[in-house]
Design a protein around this ligand. Sequence first.
Ligand code: ADP
Ligand code: MG
Length: 552
Amino acid sequence: DVAPETRPFEADVAKLLHLMVHSVYSDKDVFLRELISNAADACEKLRYESLSDPALAASEGAKVTVTLDPDARQIIVEDNGIGMSEAELAEALGTIARSGTKAFMDRIASAKEAEGTQLIGQFGVGFYSAFMVADRVDVFSRRAGSDQAAHWSSDGLGAYSVQPADVAQAPDHGTRVILHLKDDAASYTERYRTQQIIKDQSGHVPVPIFLKEKPDAEAEQVADGAALWIKPKSEISAEEYTDFYRSVAGQFDQPALTLHYRAEGLHEYAVLAFIPEMKPFDLFDPDRTGRMKLYVRRVFITDEAEILPRYLRFVRGLVDSSDLPLNVSREMIQQSPVLAAIQKGVSNRILSELEKLSANDGEAYIKFWDNFGAVLKEGVYEDFARREQLLGLARFKSTVSGEGWRSLKDYAEGMKENQTAIYYATGSDLDRLASSPQLEGFRARGIEVLLLTDQVDSFWVSAGVDYDGKPFKSVTQGLADLGLIPLGEGETAAPAASEEVTGFITFAKDLLKDEVSDVRASERLTESPVCLVAAEHGMDRQLEKLLAAAGR
Ligand code: ADP
Ligand code: MG
């Protein structure tokens, strides 16, 4: 026997493991969901690779087997999927590859330990969650097509070993994960308990799951691996949708909106998509692309095809195409006209579902908007063709919204005599913005001003956008056209510039010299003595700040 090579975990893994090992997180069951999902992914990867390399094709159907061993206090999760080589084992189980786990690490960096622990269930922290219940984990794996097996082992305390293994210890192809359970986790070897957990958490993974109550017992099927999206809607319960959402999205809340339909006609495909109820943590991660999986006739192809535009990246789910050739390469997919048609169809459908929601359930829609409005607004400058529709979906805080929200339709209906533009103010803090002196002249005339506090706002408003023929105009951009709009009842205009004012202006200009480009008397202020504005055709102040912060 060669001495196993021992390697330290990457620093982030060590931190994560520390949290797992010392976890007081109550819902430890999630480890099983994570291991089964990895096993199912591995089966889907093999199915996909064998499309181009038939020599890899599995001789038996893909499956995941969970074996309980109460005497040895072990639980074993085995798949006949793609498997891992020795190098792949070290890479996959020694570093943090997945972005969800990275986001989790960022999030807990600032959180207290107890709080961090609570976040485990929301993130789904992958393979390492096994160390919540095990004090040693052995992984035996053999890559499909290889004649060598490898063994990874760790107690989760800072280091792991990898070494070649006897092929008899691993499946013919695939992976066997052996958990040596901690004392207090022995109950996972009880058949009914574990069977229930599997059904609840993993009942809809697209690979059948078998359970053996003892190593020498017969395997019993506990989940059929049938594709939920193929079934008619009427046969699917709300719980089934939620379970499926959780397994496909890696989110552990409820779906706020479920979209399940079959497109027929020129292109045929099934769509099962969800909008989460809670904001996923990596929503603004720049590396974060979509999270829609692409299947072709029930074979998983990739989760990297851009099925939806970036501004719909909060949507989770899948599309199963009947038209794409099965042997299409991942690279070819992006250029395929079939994908373009799917992109268009699904995006349109999602936006029209949102329109329906806003019409039928205002409260639910506002909840959605509160979570994802800032993302959807990116579409206003990214997707010219749907700009109108996206502006129609947008909701705003404004000088008249109070606790509520305003649509642009609401705004347009409240426009004053001679008012030709939609006025907005940008800033990062709503309260500060609402009390800004720049709004006084607008208030005095009863003109509504949109209060824009999302980073993205500065970008779309300066993209030459208009709504219903009305341009958006910043209150800070030079003197607004207030002179033309009558004052509200009981409001007084600032007095015309008297000699005193003119004298003061000369004094101020002299004093400030190059600091400002001009000093003017304004119609805009009714209570505050002074405010700073950007030049009429200059940059919006908020955008100026953002660009300065970005070092441009
Ligand atoms: P994720 O599944 O999100 O990538 P995990 O921590 O669950 O993150 O797993 C890390 C990586 O380990 C996976 O991406 C995969 O490459 C590898 N892996 C884990 N389990 C298996 C398995 N049963 N078969 C093949 N590869 C696996
Ligand atoms: Mg995983």
